[in-house]
Design a protein around this ligand. Sequence first.
Ligand code: ATP
Length: 226
Amino acid sequence: MLKIQVNKQLASFSFQFNHNIDCQGITAILGVSGSGKSTLINLINGLIKPDQGYIELNNRLLVDCDKRLFVAPENRQIGTVFQDALLFPHYTVIKNLTYGAKKVETSRFDEIVNVLNIRPLLNRYPAMLSGGEKHRVAIGRALLTNPLLLLMDEPLSALDMPRKKELLTYINKLANELNIPIIYVTHNINEVKQIANNVVILEQGRLIEFGKTDQVLQSNYLKEWL
Ligand SMILES: Nc1ncnc2c1ncn2[C@@H]1O[C@H](COP(=O)(O)OP(=O)(O)OP(=O)(O)O)[C@@H](O)[C@H]1O
C-alpha cells in the first residue's frame, strides 16, 4: 500500500493529495496537461520534497515532514521510467541494463530479459535500437534494481501507434507475469482502458475521481472526454 498525504506549492501551482494507492496491478494517473501528474510521480520517487505531509510505501516511511525524514530517491526501491528512454549512448544494452543495479541474479536477469524480449538486443548500442526497443531496455533497467513499485511517466508519448500497442502488451506482462505494481501516468483514455485496473484522476493539483477502471470510465467527468 502506498499512503500519500502531501502538500506542495510550485510557484502558483498548488498540489494537494491525500489518498492511498493499492500496490497491485496497474493504477493509471489520468489528467490533462498541467493537472499535476508528474508532480505526484516526482513526490513518490523523491525528486521533489513535499512542503507538508508524508509518504509511506508498504509500511515504510519514505518522507515525513514533521519528523524531518527524507529517504533519498536511490534508497526508495522505486523504479521510474520517463517519457524519453534515457540510455547511455556509449554503453551496450547489457551495460545499460546492469548500470546502477547492485547485484543482479542471473535468474532474475533472464526473467526480465525474456518478458521484455530484449535478448537479441543485448550487444547493440542505443543508436541501433528503435524507439520501442529503447523503452523496453529502459523498463528492464528500472526492473533490475528490484523495485517494489514501478512508476511510468507517459512512457508511450514519444512512440507511434504500432509501437504504443506493442509496448502496452509488455507493460501488461510486467504487471501480470512479474507481479510488479505499476503507477502509470497518461492523458490518454485508450491506454487507461487497455491496461489499468484502477484509475486516479487529477485536476488542477487535486484528486477528483478514483476507483476501478470500469467505474471511473462511467464518471460524469470522463464523459466529457469521450
Ligand atoms: N519546478 C516548478 N516550478 C514551478 N512550477 C512548476 C514546477 N514544476 C511543475 N510546475 C507547474 O506545476 C503544474 C503541474 O505540472 P506537472 O508537470 O505535474 O503536470 P502534468 O499533469 O504532469 O502535465 P503534462 O501532462 O503536461 O506533463 C504545471 O502548471 C507546471 O507548470
